[in-house]
Design a protein. Structure first.
Length: 180
């Protein structure tokens, strides 16, 4: 009886850790689909045919860099740096940091999907695209003029904020760290 009780307890519950939020998906039966409720930290019941998808609610750091020294940053997602063709035709390679967080895990689940799919299919490609578009308007010399570089980085951040807001993701900052 004790073994059955322990087995049913471990198979019918899930723990949402601090700094996470859970969204339950019902795979079959009545009410099939995504449950319109966000679960907070704690132990929650998950029945047969249900899955609790957990999303990080803390600050997320996306490093867009080709530098090998940044491969060991714990908790940071690292993707290839952004290569930009300037308005003059020169190639500029950028290392950037995008700080963001999930504002609404239910929207993320409904519009993008479960797990870390939001990084691979939305945040990384959109960030690279918006940064190329905004910073590609600069001349090679403009990268050395802080005011113009910062102005275009803000424009890229604003464009990224608009694109990701309706998907439940809030962009906090776009930082240009290195350019060559």
């Amino acid at each position: 009886l004790l073994v059955v009780l322990l087995f049913s307890y471990s198979s019918c519950t899930t723990y949402v850790k601090p700094g996470e939020a859970g969204v339950k998906q019902i795979k079959f039966g009545m009410g099939k689909g995504i449950e319109p409720f966000v679960y907070g930290t704690g132990l929650h019941y998950v029945g047969v045919g249900e899955t609790m998808h957990r999303f990080p609610m803390r600050l997320q750091v996306l490093e867009l860099s080709n530098s090998r020294s940044e491969e060991d940053l714990e908790g940071h997602r690292i993707a290839p740096g952004v290569n930009i063709q300037t308005s003059e035709g020169y190639a500029v390679q950028l290392d950037l940091t995008v700080l963001y967080r999930i504002a609404d895990p239910l929207k993320v689940m409904q519009t993008i999907g479960p797990g870390r799919l939001f990084e691979d299919s939305v945040v990384i490609p959109r960030a690279q695209q918006d940064l190329r578009r905004a910073l590609g308007e600069l001349d090679a010399e403009d990268f050395y003029r802080g005011d113009k570089r910062v102005q275009k980085a803000r424009a890229a951040q604003n464009a990224l904020e608009v694109e990701l807001r309706d998907k439940g993701i809030e962009v906090l900052q776009v930082l240009i760290r290195r350019y060559t």
